[in-house]
Every structure is written in structure tokens, then in C-alpha cells.
Design a protein around this ligand. Sequence first.
Ligand code: FUB
Length: 485
Amino acid sequence: MKKILIGVLALSFCSLTNAEIRSKGNFNYPVTKRMTNPLFVEFDSPMFESDSIGPLYTADASAHVWEDGRLYVYASHDMEPAQGCDRMDRYHVFSTDDMLNWTDHGEILNASQVEWGCPQGGFMWAPDCAYKNGKYYFYFPHPDDEAWWHTWQTGIAVSDYPDRDFKVIGFLEGAPREIDPCVFIDDDGQAYFYNGGGGRCFGGKLKENMIELDGEMVQMEGLEDFHEGTWIHKYNGKYYLSHADNHPGADGNRLSYAVSDSPLGPWKDMGVYVFPTGCGTDHGSIVEYKGQWYAFYHNCDYSGDWGLRSVCVDPLTIKEDGSIEVVKNWGDPYKKPFIVNNEEVIVEAENYNTGGNHRGFHKRGFDKIANKNYRKDNIGIRKDKKIGNYVESLSKGEWMRYSSEVKTPGKYRLAVRMKNGNPDSRFHVSINGIDQTGSMAPDANGEWTLVNVADIEFQPDSRYLDFRVENGEMDIDKFIISPIN
Ligand code: FUB
């Protein structure tokens, strides 16, 4: 019965015009809001197969500056509740002319409009868009069979506009059955197509019509630890290929880049430019807008669920020698960074980093009765007569971040004063987004306890420490970092 209903719904959806789809569920587009990271969550989204509305979760941002002078973001859309990446659908387009006020232009394409698509729908993964000869070409990975993991095609939809009226015209014949399409148009007008995932990255030329390959695609050489998410940009005559690496675990992939004198390589690996965001995947794009370079990427800080991601953007610095600085997305120390210098240092939990575009602290929902006297951007801080200030009920998916300055590198012992009454509670500690402790279970005695966490190596470039709650909830008073003699 459910299948029949979905089929009927899919058919009726196919017969809707784009404008009807865009206004379905009383969503009126375009809608503009002022927002900072994580982007787009303040827009409304229909939830998966439901009339309910939730935050708009987005990933895999492809950012382009088009002829009208606006910066457009083509992103994939994580539908809530997520089931890994299976339910991703209903691409939206966003634009801005000041990087602060963002317009959601609404849905431009969904799986039910892809005639050759997999029967179960969803699986509308990381897209890209290109502009040539007055037309916008939207490339999206989508399987053509139920066995989605090895049946990817690169769908192509075309429009006269950047933000509406896209019509699917088929798929890119002869392209490897891979995810994550990316199109780069060089200064001489030649368009290049790339895709790849699971460790292999392919590239080749597109014909002038943008819908056919010009010759075979070849595997890109010289990339190190390539996972997925190819993006190409050009700077000072050099080609840059950025991509997600294979950094494992809950902390997730990093973004790395490589350079070449040619758009098809061979490439020279240049290292990481976005540390893991705690989200499993990452996928970026790099673009210059109004004289400033920007790095788009995603995290899942807002939802705490790696299947419900949010696009973020931060300024990117390309140095004189052409190398890229690591994107500073960890905020600023509340007053000053903690200094690692061969003596005991106490970091009070309530002094988590402030601001920053990816925020120094994340606790879902606002806490109205917390100790408002302590700091203006106070979230979750309580005062206890004996303990003083502490952070209360840091829960699953929540985290705190502290900037560090390392004057004497080496191994230090980390202990945390915390209170936990839940035997299922788990946490881990990361440096520069990389897990240092593995999943740890604190004492569950319900009393303030000094928990010896781990011996941690601080390097000269250890920029910040994260305390991340994986399960349960706990109160945190302070971190004690002592030299190991
Ligand atoms: O969003 C689905 C997949 O996750 C993308 O295609 C990959 O790049 C990763 O972000």
C-alpha cells in the first residue's frame, strides 16, 4: 500500500510545474535571511515524507559567482530524519551579494523528476553547476538502479536561469559510475569534468555543448589520500584540486588540496586546509568573491547527527607562495588561549571559545536560567557554591572548544573534573579536530570526580582542544593539563 501511495505521489509530483513544487507546503520562495554559520538552518524544510517542517540541512556546497554578480551555492539537502545519506533529495539553490544575507531560491530538482533514477528515490548527492553560452548546466550524481552503491550516473539538468526551471535532459554518457561531479571552465573556455569517490578521482574534457565528454576520462595522478568531493579552482595560473581525505572515525574527513600546471594533473599534494569538523564526511568548494577567497565546507554541529549536515563558509587565505592556510573555523579564546609550557595549566570549562563561525561551544537550545553574570554569550553555565562556575548537562552531540598556544611541545596528562550519573555516557577529546583519546566512559557515581583522561601530545601547531560528548550527559568543571616528567 505504502509503495502504491509513494508511486502515486511521485507521479503527481512529476506533473507539477517547478513553480508549483517550489510553493508546495506553503513554502514561498525566494526568502532572504541574515545568517552566519552554520548556514541555511534558519530556512524551513519539509521533513522526509511528512508535512512537518524542520531546519533546512545542507551539505556539499558548490559555490559559483555568476554573471549577475551574486554568489550562488548549489548544495545537497539532507532530509530529516536522516537514514545515512539515503534520503537526500530536493536540491535547493542559495545566493548572496554580501555573504551575510542569504536567499533561499527554493527547490530546483527532486528525485521524482529523474525518469531513469533508482526506484527508491532519494540519493541526490553532491551536485555542481556550470554556466556556458547563456545556459546553466546542473550536474548531479544519482543511481539508476536499486543497487545504488555501484550504479551512479551523472544526471544533467539545464535551465536559462541559475535558480529555477531546471529540466533533466539525461546523464553524461561514458562518465565513470562515480559520485561528486565537478565542472571547471578554464580561461580559454574549455570545460573539464571530474568525478570520483571511494579513493579514485577521474577527469576529462567536456565538449562545447557541455553535455558530452570529449574523449575518455582518466584517473588523476599524484593525489594523496583522495576520498571524494573534487573541486577545482585556478589561482595565479596554477590549478588547485581540493578534496576530502580518508581521515576516519567520528571526527571525520579533512579537506586537502593539490596543485598542478594543468587542469588534468599530474597533481602535487599540498596538505590539509580544513581540519575535521566532527561530522564523518566533508566536502568543500573554494571561490573568490569581491576580492576575498572563501572556503565552503560542512559540519553537523547544529543537528549533532552526521546525516543532518550544514554548509559553513569561512574566509580562506592563499599565501604569496600559493599555499593555502588552514581555515580558522574554531572561534577565538574567551579571554586568552591556554598556554602549554611545561607546567600545570587549568582550563575552566566555562571559558569555551567565543564566536567563530563554527562556534566555540555548541549546546542545542538556549538555556534561560543559566548564570548570566558570567559572560554575555553564556550557554549552559551554572554556579555552585563549592565548585564555582561549571558547564551543566553537556549532552550527546554537544561539545566545547578551547584555543591553545603551545610553547613547550610534548606529552601532557589530561584530567577532567566532571560529574556524571549515567553509565552509558561517553566522550572523547580531540586536538585540531583529531581524536586523541578514543571513546571514554567516565565514572558514573553522580559526584564531582577528577577523571584521568589520557596522555596527550601537544605539537607546536596544536591550535585547539575539543571536548565532545558522544552519549549521555555530564557536568564539566575544569580541565587540568600537567607535564609528564
Ligand atoms: O552528501 C552525500 C555524499 O557525502 C557526497 O556525495 C560526498 O561528497 C559526501 O559529502
